[in-house]
Design a protein around this ligand. Structure first.
Ligand code: AMP
Ligand code: ZN
Length: 134
């Protein structure tokens, strides 16, 4: 059983901040920034791609609600809402979860997107192919 399933089952302790029939949210043990929280479905899904779309559509209002509470309590000035999907993307716990990472001026968290160059033709072709595969 994975570590988040054990948390859901109460086999290992967590700092719970939210619970309903389908979801649990608890403080991330790393506290990348103060208030860093994880939201997980109670049922095990490896990642976003295998998550039931029903649950996918239920999770964002919960993320929003928790972020609003964190903002009120910690005075966070912004948030990074993250999901690492797959080992290559940095996922280390293979139970789908959303990170709510509050941001503060001069905090130590750093997220930076690098740029790559593609021609207009390549981008048009890519967009068309993705669209036609939906
Ligand atoms: P990811 O790398 O996206 O899979 O994120 C996994 C997260 O789970 C990391 O930020 C860890 O700090 C966090 N984590 C691992 N074990 C626990 C635990 N027992 N309680 C709370 N958070 C945990
Ligand atoms: Zn699990």
């Amino acid at each position: 059983m994975c570590i988040f399933c054990k948390i859901v089952n109460g086999e290992i302790p967590s700092y719970k901040v939210y619970e309903d029939e389908n979801f649990l949210a608890f403080l991330d043990i790393s506290q990348t920034t103060k208030g860093h929280t994880l939201v997980v479905p109670k049922r095990h899904y490896d990642n976003l791609l295998s998550l039931e779309s029903d649950l996918a559509s239920q999770i964002f209002p919960i993320v929003q609600k928790i972020a609003l509470s964190i903002k009120e309590i910690t005075k966070a000035e912004g948030f990074n809402i993250l999901n690492n999907c797959g080992e290559v993307a940095g996922q280390s716990v293979m139970h789908f979860h959303i990170h709510i990472i509050p941001r503060y001026a001069n905090d130590s968290f750093n997220i930076q997107f690098s740029s790559n160059s593609f021609t207009n033709e390549e981008l048009n072709d890519l967009a068309e192919k993705i669209k036609n595969t939906l």
